[in-house]
Design a protein around this ligand. Structure first.
Ligand SMILES: [Zn+2]
Length: 68
């Protein structure tokens, strides 16, 4: 089963969850603060990939390129 990586919007902690295909759309709660406000990251490789960020306008704190 795939491992999904999430980041909590409330406490900012990232965590991983193994989810079955049928579970992928279920609500996820942060294991640290129990907040339901979590964002799913693309993969464990890097959370800074921007190729698919169009679906998440409020996304990550990481920016493309060296310009900060
Ligand atoms: Zn949290």
């Amino acid at each position: 089963m795939p491992i999904y990586e999430y980041r909590c919007d409330d406490c900012g902690r990232a965590f991983e969850m193994i989810r079955g295909v049928s579970e992928s759309d279920k609500e996820v709660h942060c294991p640290i603060c129990k907040s339901p406000k979590v964002s799913r990251l693309m993969s464990t490789f890097s959370s800074c990939q921007t190729s698919d960020s169009s679906s998440d306008p409020s996304a990550p704190s990481c920016r493309p390129g060296p310009f900060t």
